[in-house]
Ligand binder design. Structure first.
Ligand code: ADP
Ligand code: F6P
Length: 332
């Protein structure tokens, strides 16, 4: 490595289990290669305010297994303003930050993209390599098959549904389970397949919110002696409580809502998320060491890859129609 280089690590947007495993991997790999490493406190807000904390081998010990992010995260809508981005570049210059890793979702990647382009503008002409890692429970990024946090959140949802099934079965009830995912139904679809849910109302398929169909499925199940009926509802589509009342009124089957909420975003990261975060973190440092910038690290076909941020953000998300069909077949 040439000269004195400092890597900044930032977590931004909604937190996700596995972010700490990524922070640890980046910090350790960077220290191993001779970088100084600082953590940015609370995302772009901390960057603009120069709120940094030096990360050492000791300070990243015992964090891999923790949910959340030890660096904190925040939302700073003002980062869309070019003057605020200018401020951030000035902070990078003042603190001699030569490289930055941003861990977050597509909003954070857009912020990172703006920061990267801002550095290149003639009034700054500052070389700072920017690399992003996908960290969100939603799995809503087109460039990567999986995001850090998705597997843990999926396991949390499954554990909750398994428990809900126990009590619903005892009472012969239906339950509307609301699952997170901001306009992305991956958590809902994967949890439907793996919990054996009887009905699914999915963000990508607004037509699946068909109250007649759902009530028919619940009534049919009850008629056939099903002891429990799980309806998975992607968040933001309708009110789970109201839907439960309607199902009960129209079918006569006792129905309860269960909004899983923020438990889905917390908890110890799964082995799979730790591994993904670790591989991506080490890969990011390798890119930075080579002087590669403006990149998003992804996993596709089980291989860690990187794409230009501009290219990755322009990729269209492809809905997995085969998985959706498979779920329909298995939910009879
Ligand atoms: P996520 O990264 O999980 O998608 P957000 O959409 O909340 O989360 O974005 C996180 C942060 O990224 C925002 O609070 C803001 O600071 C920054 N950001 C988001 N969109 C933009 C944008 N268009 N331009 C600049 N910064 C942005
Ligand atoms: O992006 C992760 C996520 O948990 C979404 O599933 C959800 O819609 C959103 O964040 C909630 O965000 P907030 O933290 O602002 O409530």
């Amino acid at each position: 490595m040439e000269g004195n280089r400092t890597i900044a690590i930032m977590t931004s947007g909604g937190d996700a289990p596995g972010m700490n495993a990524a922070i640890r991997a980046i910090a350790k790999a960077a220290i191993y290669k001779g970088y100084k490493v600082v953590g940015v406190i609370d995302g772009f807000k901390g960057l603009v305010e120069a709120n940094f904390k030096e990360l050492t081998v000791n300070s990243v010990e015992n964090i891999m297994q923790l949910g959340g992010t030890v660096l904190g995260t925040a939302r700073l809508p003002e980062f869309k303003q070019p003057e605020v981005q200018d401020k951030a570049v000035n902070v990078l210059k003042t603190y001699g930050i030569t490289d930055i890793v941003v861990i977050g979702g597509d909003g954070s990647f857009t912020g990172a993209q703006k920061l990267s382009h801002k550095c290149e503008e003639p009034q700054h002409n500052y070389k700072c390599n920017v690399v992003c890692l996908p960290g969100t429970i939603d799995n809503d990024l087109a460039c990567t098959d999986y995001t850090i946090g998705f597997d843990t959140a999926l396991n949390t949802v499954l554990e909750a549904i398994d428990k809900i099934r126990d009590t619903m079965s005892s009472h012969g009830r239906c339950c509307v389970v609301e699952v997170m995912g901001n306009r992305c139904g991956d958590l809902s679809l994967f949890s439907s397949i793996n919990s054996g849910a009887e009905s699914l109302i999915l963000a990508e398929r607004p037509e699946s919110f068909d109250i007649d169909r759902i009530c028919d499925e619940v009534a049919e199940g009850a008629k056939n002696g099903k002891k429990c009926h799980i309806v998975i509802l992607s968040e933001l589509l309708t009110d789970a409580g109201e839907l439960a009342k309607t199902i009960e009124k129209r079918t006569g089957v006792s129905t309860r809502p269960s909004i899983l909420g923020y438990i889905q975003r917390g908890g110890r990261p799964s082995a799979s998320d730790r591994m993904l975060a670790t591989k991506m973190g080490v890969y990011a440092v390798d890119l930075l060491e080579k002087g590669v910038s403006n990149q998003i690290v992804s996993i596709r076909n089980n291989k860690i890859v990187n794409d230009d941020i501009d290219v990755a953000l322009a990729m269209p998300r492809v809905f997995d129609e085969d998985l959706y069909k498979m779920n329909e077949i298995l939910s009879i």
